[in-house]
Design a protein around this ligand. Structure first.
Ligand SMILES: NC(=O)c1ccc[n+]([C@@H]2O[C@H](COP(=O)([O-])OP(=O)(O)OC[C@H]3O[C@@H](n4cnc5c(N)ncnc54)[C@H](O)[C@@H]3O)[C@@H](O)[C@H]2O)c1
Length: 334
């Protein structure tokens, strides 16, 4: 299996480390930055391509780890070349671009997957399964928090909301996707954002924080907090309350997952550090390409996550609730 990575920055390097541990994978790479490409190919024993076209001509699967605004063109070029494609989350900067990618992949019969790796975090998967198994009865509410220091990225693209979409599209989308995967479709989003609301002024970098309330078709109420204003470093937390108990996760606690019900005071569970989510996700992607089966997280799933994020952005900017299903409908009709 020949795998090509385009974008040898932060995520390209994370992915490459894990591809090397997947049996039978041979790595290829392309980046416009010759120094980064050189260091990457040395570190991961990857063959350097001379252009993106050259990369596509050599591989069975391409993994797009470019800044978000560049996803759409890179995906369309890969599909045109008939190469199975994995694109990092968020699938695209704009919802309409997701639809263009999905249609192109369908027309060409090319597999298209999106890197919503949080579904492969063992703790998040465990909580998802506990909820679906009914361990806490009927779920009623979910609270998720994700954040850390503001990332920079090459040439500071993360800190330009026009490019990254800010915390809602770039960071909270992990939790929007996890909640949608666990509780089903979202019927209303209401968001408040420090950056978009311009309530913090005067600072060179204003910081970015967003609070989103999601109402699911099932009646579950979700609450997502995302921040790039936490100098203490990365932390994610998750709490689901149901009719018979509560399940909680905190990335800074050990054990990180706890379930409490009336009948059982607390079941604590410590995950195995060997279950690396990136390895699990990329292994599933490689296996889907080998067998010709659908990608573990399809383009359609990636698009629905972008619809929630776009609804949150519109909500924060216009101070009104937004139905992401309406945005999806518009994008599908356009
Ligand atoms: N799944 C996750 O947990 C996670 C975490 C961080 C970032 N991401 C996503 O991964 C993607 C990449 O983020 P990153 O942190 O790796 O960014 P980055 O800035 O660290 O890396 C991007 C790389 O792309 C290269 N590049 C830029 N333009 C190019 C072009 N036209 N042709 C070839 N190479 C080009 C840059 O030189 C750089 O090496 C983003 O969509 C981001 O949102 C996902």
């Amino acid at each position: 299996m020949k795998v090509g990575v385009i974008g040898t920055g932060g995520m390209g390097n994370v992915h490459a480390r894990h591809y090397k541990n997947i049996h039978g994978v041979e790595l290829f790479a392309w980046d416009r930055d010759a120094d980064k490409l050189g260091a990457f190919s040395k570190q991961h024993e990857a063959t350097k391509a001379t252009s993106y076209d050259d990369l596509l001509s050599q591989v069975d699967l391409v993994d797009i780890c470019l800044p978000t605004p560049l996803h759409v063109d890179a995906v369309l070029q890969a599909i045109e070349a008939g190469v199975a494609t994995l694109v990092e989350k968020p699938m695209a900067r704009r919802l309409a671009e997701c639809q263009t990618m999905i249609e192109a992949a369908k027309a060409k019969g090319v597999q298209l997957g999106v890197g919503h790796v949080v579904r492969f975090f063992p703790e998040h998967r465990r909580v998802h399964n506990l909820v679906l198994e009914g361990s806490i009865g009927n779920p009623a509410s979910c609270r998720m928090r994700r954040g850390g220091k503001a990332p920079l990225g090459s040439e500071g693209w993360f800190r330009d909301p026009e490019q990254s979409g800010g915390v809602m599209l770039d960071l909270a989308i992990h939790d929007y996707d996890w909640m949608r995967w666990t509780f089903g479709e979202v019927k209303q989003v209401f968001a408040k954002s420090v950056r978009l609301g311009k309530t913090v002024s005067g600072a060179k970098f204003e910081g970015d924080y967003a609070l989103t309330t999601l109402t699911f078709e099932s009646g579950v109420v979700g609450h997502s907090e995302a921040t790039w204003m936490d100098p203490a470093g990365f932390r994610s937390t998750l709490e689901v309350s149901g009719s018979e108990g509560i399940v909680e996760y905190d990335s800074r606690s050990a054990p990180s997952v706890r379930v409490s019900t009336d009948s059982q005071l607390a079941i604590a569970s410590q995950m195995d550090g060997a279950d690396d989510p990136y390895f699990l996700h990329l292994s599933a992607v490689v296996s889907a390409v080998r067998t010709g089966s659908p990608m573990p997280i399809t383009g359609e799933e990636g698009m629905k996550a972008v619809a929630i994020a776009e609804a949150a952005i519109v909500s924060a900017m216009e101070n009104r609730p937004v139905d992401p299903r309406e945005l999806l409908k518009k994008a599908l009709e356009s």
